[in-house]
Design a protein around this ligand. Structure first.
Ligand code: PLP
Length: 414
């Protein structure tokens, strides 16, 4: 079209090629592998002399369409879609770190990521230093000669704290290391990777990008801006030499993604290319519904506390307003004083579903302390902001009057 398309247009058109018989949906190419007429042709693709698909664990046309769209949305040069958000985070991190290296991470993380860093990677000689994401000096002071990347979530899940990502990016860059930003909770709609000055983005596409609770998926976006030509990253040298701005995505796809094998299924990639088209419209409604519910809960006599970055007295309001253009996402947390009352409210809800997910069109709730964070010590729960009375709400896109009515009748049970 000869022009740069705007974000909302890219959601529907990014990466879309004309399909067979004029199909406008991305075709599902449900094939494990791809045949070549000649042995030379296949050799050329394997050796990187020609572009082509070989085997769905490494790449697939349906998945590629999704990857192109995701890369365009975040101002990236390439993307890799994976089987889950955890697969994306694992692949992104393992592309960079080696035994003996250290990760500098926010202490306010999704439980799976916390456990990956604390329990799994530590078994392979990769340590993690956790720092409060609001403590910029803490990050600056924690950098040492072994630090190889900084990892942070845009909006911490479930603490809902809002770090100053561009400031953290500056700290990472001063230390000569990349910043990986998990933008799952904000989605690229609240701010793109380019706006946040992230080097690499990791997503659970299972959430807002899918939007309907049908699909587990993940994605890594390479913004192609970090300089991998550094003595800190000698293992990147052959990739930097050959692929330059694509060094990270090349090393990720050709090595870790290929070897770990956590690829996206073509059908899931199709569902994600369908779901993402309405991301902007859904996020607007998630944000406005969450603000309305937060305001309702804030003044409810049975509610002890509410945390939502959109509330003007939230300690995160100023940074969130600056970074996310007056939109604060679809998650809120609140407490009713203790665990029994939290359970009572959850049990009395009729519309909101009690389950372990976020970002669905439907309103969802969970009691993190007894479920997704059940295995963590009291101290770790404290770091993650998980109190015994905390209820996390992923506010859906239903009519806000029905959502509020549901919480009103549930709180009446107390
Ligand atoms: C912020 C964040 N990152 C990563 C993940 C992991 O994603 P997945 O469940 O798709 O593996 C989640 C899942 O809840 C999440 O909330």
């Amino acid at each position: 079209m000869g022009q740069t398309l705007h974000f909302d247009t890219l959601l529907a058109h990014g990466g879309l090629e004309p399909g067979p018989a004029g199909a406008t949906a991305v075709p599902i190419v449900q094939s494990s592998s791809f045949a070549y007429q000649t042995a030379e042709g296949l050799e050329d693709v394997f050796r990187g002399r020609a572009v082509g698909q070989v085997y769905t664990r490494i790449g697939n046309p349906t998945t590629e369409a999704l990857e192109k769209r995701l890369a365009q949305l975040d101002g990236g040069v390439a993307a890799i879609a994976t089987a889950s958000g955890m697969a994306a985070i694992t692949t992104a991190v393992l592309t960079i770190v080696r035994a003996g290296d250290e990760i500098l991470a926010s202490s306010s993380l999704f439980g799976g990521t916390f456990s990956l860093f604390r329990d799994t990677l530590s078994n392979y000689g990769i340590t993690t230093c956790f720092v409060d994401p609001l403590d910029l000096d803490g990050f600056r002071n924690a950098v040492n000669e072994r630090t190889r990347l900084l990892f942070v979530e845009t909006i911490g899940n479930p603490k809902l704290d809002v770090p100053d990502i561009p400031a953290l990016a500056r700290i990472a860059h001063e230390a000569g290391i990349p910043i990986i930003v998990d933008s799952t909770v904000s989605s690229p709609y609240l701010a793109t990777g380019a706006e946040l000055q992230a080097d690499i983005l990791a997503y659970s596409t299972s959430k807002y990008i899918n939007g309907t609770g049908t699909t587990i998926g993940g994605a890594i976006i390479d913004r192609g801006v970090f300089n991998w030509d550094s003595p800190k990253f000698p293992h990147f040298a052959p990739f930097y030499k050959k692929y330059r701005a694509f060094a990270f995505s090349a090393r990720a796809r050709k090595l870790v993604h290929k070897d770990v094998g956590a690829c996206a299924a073509p059908f899931n990639s199709f569902l994600l290319t369908e779901g993402i088209q309405t991301l902007a419209l859904r996020m607007e409604r998630h944000c406005s519904n969450a603000l309305e519910l937060a305001r309702f809960l804030k003044v409810h006599p049975k509610v002890a506390w509410v945390s939502y970055p959109g509330l003007e007295d939230s300690p995160h309001h100023v940074v969130a307003s600056r970074l996310y253009g007056g939109r604060y996402g679809g998650l809120l947390i609140f407490g009713t004083g203790d665990k029994p009352s939290a359970f009572k409210v959850i049990n009395a809800l009729k519309l909101a579903r009690n389950l372990a997910n976020i970002g669905d069109a439907k309103t969802l709730v969970i009691h993190p302390a007894s479920t997704i964070c059940a295995d963590y010590s009291a101290e770790e729960k404290g770091l993650m902001g998980v109190t015994e009375d905390l209820v996390r709400v992923s506010v859906g896109i239903e009519d806000p009057r029905d959502i509020i009515e549901d919480f009103k009748q549930a709180l009446a049970a107390l």
